[in-house]
Design a protein around this ligand. Structure first.
Ligand SMILES: CC(C)(COP(=O)(O)OP(=O)(O)OC[C@H]1O[C@@H](n2cnc3c(N)ncnc32)[C@H](O)[C@@H]1OP(=O)(O)O)[C@@H](O)C(=O)NCCC(=O)NCCS
Length: 264
C-alpha cells in the first residue's frame, strides 16, 4: 500500500496552471470541476483527478488510454483494460491536502476494498471544542464518547476525534458505501488502536494511520485496506513512513503537465 499526498497552497496556484491542468483530464471531469464556485475546491478536484493519472503514467499507460468510471455510490475506479496487476485506489481531500492511497487490487473489483480519509485537525470558527464534539455524539459509540470526555484536555480530544472520524470514513469508503453506513456501528479505540464494527473485530483489515503538518496546520488520516486472511491491525502513525510520499501542488501539477500532455 502506498500514499501520495499533494499539499496545496491556494495563492501559489496560478490561473495558467489551473487551465493547463484542466486540459489533462476528460471533458466530463473538467466540466464538473469548473462548476465549483470556489477556485480552491476546483483546484483540489483537479489534483484529485491528476493523481490516478500520474500513477497510471508511472505504470506505463499512455494518457489517451486512461479511462475511469464510478460505482453507483460514486467510488471511482480505473477502467483502462489490461492493467496488470489491477490498480485499487481511493482519494480524499480537505483544506490544503489531497491524498491518494493505492495498492494492487485483490478483493471486490472493480472499485476494490481500499479507502482513505484525510482531515485537518481544527475547530470550525465560532464553535468551541465541547459543542463541536457534542454535535457528533450520535455517530460515536459509548467508548468513543468516553475517550472524548471532559476529563480529556481539549487539544488531545480534538486529535482523538479526528482520528475516530477519519477511521470511520476510511472504512466506509473502502466498502464503497459513501454516506450509507451508520458511523456509530464503527468503533475506534484511539488509545488502544483497536477497531470494532457492530461489536466485533472486522476480519482481514489493515488500517494505516498517517499525519502531516502543512503551513503549521496538522492533518490526520487513515487508509483502510482489506487484505483477506490477515489478522486485523491498526498500524500506528510512525516516522519515517516509506509508503508515504508528499508533493507540493505546483510542482506536482507542473510535472503532470510535462508527463500527461499527449503527444501520440
Ligand atoms: C464518499 C464520501 C463519503 C466522501 O466524503 P468526504 O469525506 O466528504 O470527502 P473525501 O474528500 O474524503 O472523499 C471524496 C472522494 O471520495 C471518492 N468517493 C466518492 N464516492 C465514494 C464512495 N462511495 N466510496 C468511496 N470513495 C468515494 C471520490 O474520489 C471523491 O472525490 P471527488 O469528490 O473529488 O470526486 C461522500 O462524498 C459521499 O458519501 N457522498 C455521497 C455519495 C452519494 O450520495 N451517493 C449517492 C448514491 S448512493
Amino acid at each position: 500500500m502506498q500514499v501520495w499526498a499533494v499539499v496545496f497552497d491556494p495563492p501559489s496556484f496560478t490561473e495558467e496552471l489551473y487551465q493547463k491542468g484542466l486540459l489533462l483530464i476528460d471533458p466530463a471531469s473538467s466540466a464538473r470541476i469548473k462548476r465549483f464556485y470556489r477556485r480552491e475546491d476546483a483546484c483540489r478536484g483537479l489534483i484529485a483527478r491528476l493523481l490516478p493519472r500520474m500513477l497510471l503514467k508511472e505504470r506505463g499507460v499512455a494518457p489517451s488510454m486512461m479511462t475511469f468510471a464510478a460505482t453507483e455510490a460514486g467510488k471511482p475506479y480505473v477502467t483502462t483494460p489490461d492493467i496488470d496487476p489491477p490498480l485499487a485506489y481511493n482519494l480524499s481531500h480537505d483544506n490544503g491536502s489531497v491524498v491518494m492511497a493505492f495498492v494492487n487490487g485483490k478483493s471486490h473489483p472493480p472499485a476494490y476494498s481500499i479507502g482513505v480519509d484525510v482531515m485537518k485537525v481544527h475547530l470550525p470558527r465560532r464553535n468551541p471544542y465541547r459543542s463541536f464534539v457534542d454535535t457528533f455524539q450520535e455517530q460515536l459509540t459509548p467508548l468513543e464518547r468516553e475517550l472524548l470526555s471532559p476529563a480529556v484536555p481539549a487539544d488531545e480530544g480534538l486529535q482523538r476525534f479526528f482520528w475516530m472520524w477519519t477511521m470511520k470514513e476510511a472504512y466506509t469508503k473502502a466498502l464503497g458505501l459513501g454516506l450509507g453506513f451508520d458511523f456509530s456501528r464503527i468503533e475506534f479505540d484511539v488509545v488502544a488502536n483497536r477497531v470494532w464494527v457492530d461489536g466485533q473485530v472486522p476480519q482481514g483489515w489493515i488500517f494505516h494511520k498517517f499525519q502531516m503538518t502543512e503551513a503549521g496546520e496538522q492533518y490526520v488520516g487513515v487508509v483502510a485496506e482489506l487484505v483477506e486472511g490477515v489478522e486485523t491491525i491498526v498500524v500506528p502513525e510512525t516516522d519515517p513512513k516509506p509508503w508515504f510520499k508528499s508533493f507540493r501542488a505546483v510542482t506536482f501539477v507542473n510535472r503532470a503537465i510535462e508527463e500527461l500532455t499527449q503527444t501520440e
